[in-house]
Structures are given as C-alpha cells and as structure tokens.
Design a protein. Structure first.
Length: 94
C-alpha cells in the first residue's frame, strides 16, 4: 500500500530556527559547566554567596531558554492540517 497522499504536503523544516533552538539549549549547559566563572563567594546577595545565587538564577534562565527553544522548534516545523478521510475511489464516498 503506497502512501502517496501525504507525500509533498508537509512543509520543510526551517533549519535556522532549529539551530537557534539547539544553541538556546546549549547555553545553560555551557554556563553551568564552566565552574571557574562562578566558584567564588563574592559578591554576596541577601546573605547568599555568589556560587549559590548564580546557580539559583540559572534555574529560571534555563526554564526561559528551554521555553524559547520550544517556541523556535514549534515555529520551525509548521503543522499541516489534518486531511479528511480519503475518498473510496470505487464508490465515490468516504
């Protein structure tokens, strides 16, 4: 059984947006794996050393980056409308 009905209907994926999504997902990983940049006590914020509040800040930044990556992927892969049930070629009905 061939599936010629759906061939060529799905729009192509926007690779620029997919690359942007990949970069957005890599930013928190790189920022948190580069420990030398935040392995210090100063500056203190509300009594918390820099090490603690920097990592806590990345909880929110990582959520934002993940949401932005999701939006980029959602825009990069446009959806096609659901096709109606195919016509029965013999009877002319659905």
């Amino acid at each position: 059984m061939e599936n010629d009905i759906d061939r060529g209907i799905v729009p192509p994926t926007n690779m620029t947006r997919m690359t942007a999504a990949a970069v957005l997902l890599m930013v928190p990983i790189a920022a948190l794996l580069w420990v030398d940049t935040y392995a210090k006590v100063e500056p203190v914020l509300l009594g918390f050393p820099f090490f603690i509040w920097y990592q806590f800040l990345w909880v929110f930044l990582c959520s934002f980056c993940t949401w932005m990556a999701y939006r980029q992927i959602d825009l990069a892969r446009p959806r096609r409308p659901l096709a109606a049930a195919p016509l029965d070629r013999k009877k002319g009905s659905r």
